[in-house]
Design a binder for this molecule. Structure first.
Ligand SMILES: Cc1ncc(COP(=O)(O)O)c(C=O)c1O
Length: 404
C-alpha cells in the first residue's frame, strides 16, 4: 500500500494514463482548508474572468472585495512591472520611498495618524490588537479586553479568529487567547454592559461583511464613539472589507460623523497584491521600535501597487462611481424575489427565505456570473469599483434567471 502511495506521489500528473485536473492536483497537494467552486480561472480583464476552456464570467466577487480596479488593470500592471525591475523587497531594516509615500497618502485620505504596513487583513487587525493592549498598559491600568461583535470577522490568526465572534471558525483551535468579549452588533446597551475596568477597546466592522453585509443601525457607530470617549476606550474600526471606496466613500466611517482611533485596511488596498495597513491616531500610536514588525510588510512592490490603485481611484472618480453603481446594483437586487436586500455602495447582499443561496451561486456560475453565497440563505456581491451599468444589468438578469 505504502508503495503504491509512494508511486502516486511521484507521478502527480498521471492518473489512469491521463493528466490530472487542477482540482485533482489541488486535492492531493493543497491542504483542504476550504471548499472551492468547480472552476479554474486562468485570466481576467476588468470585471470579466475566463476559465480554462475560455468561458467568460462576469465577476461580482472580485477576489472577495479585493480587485477594486478589476483584473489586469494596465496601470497596476505597469507599476508592478516597473517596480519589479527596480526593487521588489528590502525588509524594514531600511527606508523605501513607496512605503512612506503610501503611508502619507493613506493618512491624507483618512484622519491624522501614522501607519503600520503588513500583508493581510488579519495581520492589520493583529497589529491593532497589540496596539490596544500596549495602550491599555500605559493608559488604563493594564486593561486589555476588547469588545467585539458577535458574528464579526477579523481574520484567521489565533487572536483575530477569537476576536471575530464566530464559533465555527474558532472552536477547533481551543484554547483560544483571552481578552475578547462578544456582544450583539447594533446594540449600544450591550457594549455599555460589557464594559469593565478591564476593557481597553471596542473593535467593529463598520458594515459587517463576511456574515452577509449587515450595515450599522442609524446612530450606532456614533453612540459607540461617544461611549469610547466617555470611558477612555479606543475605537478600532476594521475597514479591511469596507475601505478604499467600496461603500461610496474612501472609508465607511466617513458616512458617519466620527473617526476611529485605529483603522485597519487590506483587501482592496493593493488591487489584488497582498497588503494590509493599521492606522493609529496620535492618541493610540504607542508602538515603539521593537514592538512589532513584518519582514514583507509594506515592501516596495506591494506599496507601488497600492499607490497605483489610489491614483486610478482618484483620477477616474471611482468613489463617486461606486456610489452610483451601488444604487443601480441595489435596485437590480430589489427586483429579485427575496426576503431582503441590504448593503451600501458596491457591498450588497440579498437574502432568501429558503436555504437556496448555494444552489443560486452554482446556477449563476453555470450561466457565467460569479457571486458569493456567504451561507445557505445569503448571496454577497462585492464587484470591482469599475463595474459599468451595462454589466450590472447583465448580472441582474442572470441572477433573476437563477433565482427563477
Ligand atoms: C472585515 C474583515 N477583516 C479582516 C479580514 C481578514 O483579512 P485577510 O483574509 O486578508 O486576513 C476580512 C476578510 O474577509 C474581513 O472581511
Amino acid at each position: 500500500m505504502g508503495g503504491s502511495m509512494e508511486r502516486a506521489r511521484a507521478l502527480p500528473f498521471i492518473r489512469g494514463g491521463g493528466r490530472m485536473t487542477t482540482a485533482e492536483l489541488a486535492e492531493r497537494y493543497l491542504m483542504q482548508t476550504g471548499r472551492r467552486l468547480p472552476v479554474t480561472f486562468v485570466r481576467g480583464q476588468g470585471c470579466l474572468v475566463y476559465d480554462e476552456s475560455g468561458k467568460e464570467y462576469l465577476d461580482l466577487v472580485a477576489g472577495i472585495a479585493v480587485n477594486l480596479l478589476g483584473h489586469a488593470h494596465p496601470d497596476v500592471a505597469a507599476a508592478l512591472s516597473a517596480q519589479a525591475r527596480s526593487l521588489i523587497h528590502t525588509s524594514n531594516l531600511y527606508f523605501t520611498q513607496p512605503q512612506v509615500e503610501l503611508a502619507k497618502r493613506l493618512v491624507e485620505l483618512s484622519f491624522p495618524s501614522r501607519v503600520f504596513l503588513c500583508n493581510s487583513g488579519a495581520e492589520a487587525n493583529e497589529a491593532a490588537i497589540k496596539l490596544a493592549r500596549k495602550w491599555g498598559t500605559r493608559n488604563r491600568d493594564g486593561a486589555f479586553e476588547i469588545i467585539t461583535a458577535l458574528g464579526s470577522f477579523h481574520g484567521r490568526t489565533l487572536a483575530t479568529v477569537t476576536a471575530g465572534g464566530q464559533h465555527k471558525y474558532s472552536d477547533p483551535f481551543e484554547p483560544l487567547p483571552g481578552g475578547f468579549v462578544h456582544v450583539p452588533f447594533n446594540d449600544i446597551d450591550a457594549v455599555k454592559a460589557a464594559t469593565t475596568p478591564k476593557t481597553v477597546a471596542v473593535m467593529l466592522e463598520p458594515v459587517m461583511g463576511e456574515i452577509g453585509v449587515i450595515p450599522p443601525a442609524p446612530g450606532y457607530l456614533e453612540a459607540v464613539r461617544k461611549w469610547c470617549d466617555e470611558q477612555n476606550l479606543l475605537l478600532i474600526l476594521d475597514e479591511v472589507q469596507t475601505g478604499m471606496g467600496r461603500t461610496g466613500k474612501w472609508f465607511a466611517h466617513q458616512h458617519h460623523s466620527l473617526t476611529p482611533d485605529v483603522m485597519t485596511l487590506a483587501k482592496g488596498l493593493g488591487g489584488g497584491v497582498p497588503i494590509g495597513a493599521c492606522l493609529a491616531s496620535p492618541r493610540a500610536d504607542v508602538f515603539e521600535p521593537g514592538d512589532h514588525g513584518s519582514t514583507f510588510g509594506g515592501n516596495p512592490l506591494a506599496c507601488t501597487a497600492a499607490l497605483a490603485v489610489l491614483n486610478v481611484i482618484e483620477r477616474d472618480g471611482l468613489i463617486g462611481h461606486a456610489a452610483e453603481m451601488g444604487e443601480l446594483l441595489r435596485a437590480s437586487l430589489e427586483a429579485i424575489p427575496s426576503k431582503s436586500t441590504r448593503g451600501i455602495g458596491l457591498m450588497q447582499a440579498v437574502e432568501f427565505e429558503e436555504p437556496r443561496a448555494k444552489a443560486i451561486q452554482q446556477a449563476c456560475l453555470d450561466a457565467g456570473l460569479v457571486v458569493n453565497a456567504v451561507d445557505d440563505h445569503s448571496i454577497r456581491l462585492v464587484p470591482p469599483l469599475v463595474i459599468t451599468a451595462a454589466q450590472i444589468d447583465r448580472a441582474g438578469a442572470i441572477l433573476r434567471e437563477a433565482v427563477g
